[in-house]
Ligand binder design. Structure first.
Ligand code: NAG
Length: 255
């Protein structure tokens, strides 16, 4: 009893002195929390602040100097993380698009990104608007899957993704003067081998472009093309230019 009474008495003056010096106490408490802050002070916050400041200042300066044309000092290919469309794609995930929907991304509408498709995979090529946009040398590939044109080189005629029959460009020409030196059986076998080799060449030629876009740092995948069965329509003739490299078979024994 006496013990606890003493405790109370001891506590009281302390408590009251705390109340009387309320303002002082408050001050010292806040200076203490300042010290606490300094204990956990991390230089990274300041570094991040400084870097952010320079980044924003650099963008603003670039914007002003370029007369509103560029936030990144006219950089042709700002890194992916500086591109709005890259973040949009990143969070949206791959999408499916019909050829009609894809057509709206041919660069005519400057507020939209530019898309193209290669072998049914859609890529955002906005990083090179100058080349893929209206008036650009590759604008013909924008808003479409022009895989056939990529392989035949006939950009105008072959602005489509129908690969049927393209192998013809790699087949030798039938030529009676040469072919008469072979038996019918030999010719049949040769033609089968020629066809297999030609199809492989088409695959390789297309793969070159498939890989080019897949590996590109500038362009990024958006999704895939959604095509109805029979989307190819009528079989197309090989364009003239693609057939120009064809030559007759070699004579027997010729290398
Ligand atoms: C193109 O796509 C088809 C079907 O998805 C696939 O079988 C083929 O291997 C692809 N070609 C290339 C060159 O990637």
């Amino acid at each position: 009893m006496a013990n606890s009474d003493a405790e109370v008495r001891q506590r009281k003056p302390q408590a009251s002195s705390g109340k009387e010096d309320g303002s002082k106490q408050g001050k010292s408490r806040s200076s203490k929390s300042k010290i606490d802050d300094e204990d956990v002070y991390s230089p990274w916050v300041d570094i991040a602040r400084v870097l952010t400041f320079f980044f924003v200042a650099s963008c603003a300066l670039s914007y002003l100097i370029s007369g509103g044309e560029s936030w990144f000092w006219g950089m042709q290919n700002p890194p992916n993380y500086l591109q709005k469309s890259w973040w949009e794609n990143y969070f949206r995930g791959p999408i499916q698009m019909t050829p009609e929907e894809l057509a709206a991304f041919d660069g005519k509408d400057e507020s939209k990104p530019i898309y193209l498709s290669i072998n049914g995979t859609i890529y955002d090529v906005s990083a090179n608007r100058r080349v893929y946009g209206p008036g650009g040398s590759y604008n013909i590939f924008a808003g479409v899957d022009a895989s056939r044109g990529f392989v035949t080189g006939c950009f105008k005629e072959d602005r489509n993704g129908d690969m049927r029959g393209v192998e013809e460009m790699f087949l030798p020409l039938d030529d009676y003067e040469v072919d008469k030196h072979y038996t019918a059986d030999q010719l049949r076998q040769m033609r089968a081998e020629e066809l297999a080799a030609a199809k492989e060449k088409v695959h390789d030629a297309l793969k070159h472009w498939v890989d080019f876009f897949a590996k590109s740092k500038k362009y990024h995948k958006v999704g895939t093309l959604k095509r109805e069965p029979g989307w190819q329509g009528k079989r197309k003739k090989l364009c003239e230019q693609a057939g120009q490299g064809r030559t007759p078979r070699k004579l027997p024994g010729a290398e």
